[in-house]
Design a protein around this ligand. Structure first.
Ligand code: UDP
Ligand code: MG
Length: 309
């Protein structure tokens, strides 16, 4: 069986479209599938709409979370509740074309790949959002300890073995594309041009997007702490030079100059220390989050087609 996991947060305007397109894309190549929609604590009518669709098509299953836990947590919840041998992941706003699942499925079943990711060769539309995402991927590619992650997000398909490996990593701060890339297996990709969202506003606010980027950078690179180290080294070098100058000034008797250099050095050292402290604080926060060991999500109800509402 093939499971497709889709997270939804306040998407009432596009649920019909999403399910119509996904169902017909899947039925083009298999009849043995389930579409597992994770309702990430929507405050609009998304859940009602989903349940009424489920009444008509029992291959649609709805996992309702107890509140909004965020995109990555919702995907994790879906993966943990999917029962397929092959599992696909897709955003719920139709930016990723469900029609591509047939090619992903073919590569997995015929070419024996374990993981196929969607690689974006371009993006339709030109929002500042696209620009930030582009910058993130450019930056991340150059600092990350994982190297097969060019322009790829959550849109993907995996064999059960790979999903089990992915889910065995219990870290609380989760950047799934990074984890997927990290686990190895035979990985391939299909290319596509990312569409504009089919309806409504993005449900990942810009601040959520920046937090996701920070999660990725802290989890998959040493950049933040290295940055502090280099800043410290530069500071040390600059002030060694300044120290030599001060000594020479002392020896040659023109010492009592400038409060400006004193102030500058205090500012410079102070700012290096504050930045470094902030970065170390961020690591401490993340260690604290992990050690709290709270579940990534809570399920309110799983409408798997067997239970009555
Ligand atoms: N989403 C979610 N929980 C959230 C935010 C978003 O489940 O807290 C869903 C959203 O409904 C959509 C997908 O995650 O199906 C991607 O969100 P969005 O399109 O806003 O993000 P972007 O395309 O900017 O990455
Ligand atoms: Mg989107």
């Amino acid at each position: 069986m093939l499971s497709i996991v889709i997270p939804i947060y306040n998407e009432e305007g596009l649920i019909d479209d999403l399910l119509d397109r996904t169902v017909s894309a899947l039925e083009a190549f298999t009849s043995d599938y389930e579409i597992l929609i994770v309702d990430d604590g929507s405050k609009d009518h998304s859940l009602q709409y989903l349940l009424s669709r489920q009444n008509k098509n029992h291959k649609i299953k709805v996992l309702s979370l107890s509140k909004n836990f965020g995109h990555q947590a919702a995907f994790t919840a879906g993966l943990e509740h999917a029962s397929g041998e092959i599992i696909g992941m897709m955003d719920g706003d139709l930016q990723d074309p469900p029609e591509l699942f047939s090619e992903m499925y073919r590569k997995i079943t015929e070419e024996d790949y374990d993981i196929i990711s969607g690689t974006r060769t371009g993006r339709k539309g030109s929002s500042s959002r696209n620009f930030y995402t582009f910058l993130f991927h450019l930056f991340f590619r150059n600092i990350a300890v994982i190297h097969n992650m060019k322009n790829t997000g959550n849109f993907s398909m995996m064999k059960r073995e790979a999903v089990t490996a992915l889910l065995s990593m219990k870290e609380k701060v989760r950047y799934l594309p990074g984890l997927r890339s990290f686990i190895g297996f035979k990985q391939g990709s299909v290319e596509f041009v990312r569409d504009e969202r089919s309806e409504g506003e993005p449900k990942m606010s810009l601040s959520k997007l920046f937090i996701l980027a920070a999660d990725a950078i802290f989890a998959f690179s040493r950049f933040p702490i290295k940055f502090c180290l280099y800043l410290g080294l530069i500071g040390t070098f600059v002030f060694m030079c300044a120290g030599v100058y001060v000594l020479i000034a002392k020896i040659f008797g023109f010492a009592v100059i400038g409060w400006s250099s004193t102030l500058l050095s205090i500012y410079f050292l102070g700012s290096i220390q504050l930045v470094s402290l902030g970065v170390v604080g961020e690591y401490v926060y993340r260690i604290y989050k992990e050690s709290q060991n709270r579940p990534v999500y809570f399920v309110k109800k799983f409408y798997d087609g067997n239970s009555k509402k």
